[in-house]
Design a binder for this molecule. Structure first.
Ligand code: SF4
Ligand code: SF4
Length: 230
C-alpha cells in the first residue's frame, strides 16, 4: 500500500512519544545541567593528586620523582622538586613537589602518568565541568587545585581505590617489620684491622749474591776440532 512505511514510522514515533511519559526506559533526554547522568566507575577525564589524611600539603603522596613528567606524551606536567624533605606514607623522608602543574588544555587523558607512577600518587578524575573564560591560566591547574583526598578517590573509583589501599597497607606493614627487625638485631662486631697485604712473588726483591762471590761463573771454551787452526 502506498505510504505504508510512512504510517508505520509515525506510529513508532507516537508510541515512543506517549511512552516517554510513563516508561523510564524511554526517558532518553537528561535535562542537563539540572540533571546529570551517573558516570561509569571506569570513566576518566583529567589527572589529580591523591593525598592521605586531613591536610593536603602534608599528605600528598607524590615524591616529585618526575617520572610522569618525563613520560607524559604532550609534556603538559611541570614539576619542581622541594629543597627539604617530609615523611611519606611509610614514614620515610622524601622530597615533595614544590611545584606541580598540569595544563589540562593540553592533556589528552591518556592516563600514562597514572600507569607509570610508582607511588599511586596520581589518578584520573571524572570531573568534566571545567570550562572557563580565562584562556591562558584557567586550565593550568596547580598542586593545590590538583590535590584531592583519598576519600574523594574512593567516591569516584571505589574498586580501584580499595585495591590501592590494600597494596599500600601491605607495603607499609613490610617496611615497619623491616625497621623493627633492624632495630632488634644485635650490633655488628667491629671490623678487624686490614691484614698486611701479601707481597706478590713477582714484586719480591731478588736474592742477593752470596758473600765473596762477586764474579759470574763462565763455562770453559770448547776444545778446537781437528784441522782447525790453533
Ligand atoms: S593523562 Fe596523559 S596527557 Fe594527561 S597529564 Fe597524564 S600523561 Fe599527560
Ligand atoms: S605523581 Fe607519581 S610519578 Fe609523578 S612525580 Fe609524583 S610520585 Fe613521581
Amino acid at each position: 500500500m502506498l505510504g505504508e512505511g510512512i504510517l508505520k514510522g509515525l506510529a513508532e514515533t507516537a508510541k515512543n512519544f506517549a511512552g516517554s511519559f510513563v516508561d523510564k526506559e524511554r526517558l532518553t533526554t537528561v535535562e542537563y545541567p539540572e540533571q546529570k547522568l551517573e558516570l561509569p566507575e571506569a570513566s576518566r577525564n583529567f589527572p589529580f593528586l591523591v593525598y592521605d589524611g586531613p591536610e593536603w600539603q602534608a599528605g600528598l603522596r607524590c615524591v616529585a620523582c618526575q617520572i610522569c613528567e618525563k613520560e607524559c606524551p604532550p609534556k603538559c606536567i611541570y614539576i619542581e622538586k622541594s629543597k627539604d624533605k617530609k615523611p611519606d606514607f611509610v614514614g620515610k623522608l622524601q622530597i615533595y613537589p614544590a611545584k606541580f602543574d598540569i595544563d589540562i588544555s593540553v592533556c589528552m587523558s591518556c592516563q600514562i602518568c597514572v600507569e607509570v607512577c610508582p607511588f599511586d600518587a596520581i589518578k584520573m578524575d571524572k570531573e568534566y565541568e571545567l570550562s572557563t573564560d580565562d584562556r591562558f591560566g584557567g586550565l593550568l591547574l596547580d598542586r593545590q587545585q590538583l590535590a584531592k583526598s583519598n576519600e574523594y578517590y574512593h567516591k569516584i573509583h571505589p574498586t580501584e581505590a580499595s585495591e590501592v589501599d590494600g597494596r599500600l597497607a601491605e607495603e607499609k606493614a613490610k617496611a615497619e617489620a623491616k625497621a623493627k627487625a633492624a632495630a632488634a638485631a644485635p650490633p655488628k662486631p667491629a671490623a678487624p684491622a686490614p691484614a698486611a697485604a701479601a707481597t706478590p712473588a713477582s714484586a719480591a726483591p731478588k736474592a742477593a749474591p752470596a758473600a765473596g762471590s762477586t764474579k759470574t761463573e763462565v763455562p770453559p771454551p770448547a776444545p778446537p776440532k781437528e784441522g782447525e787452526a790453533r
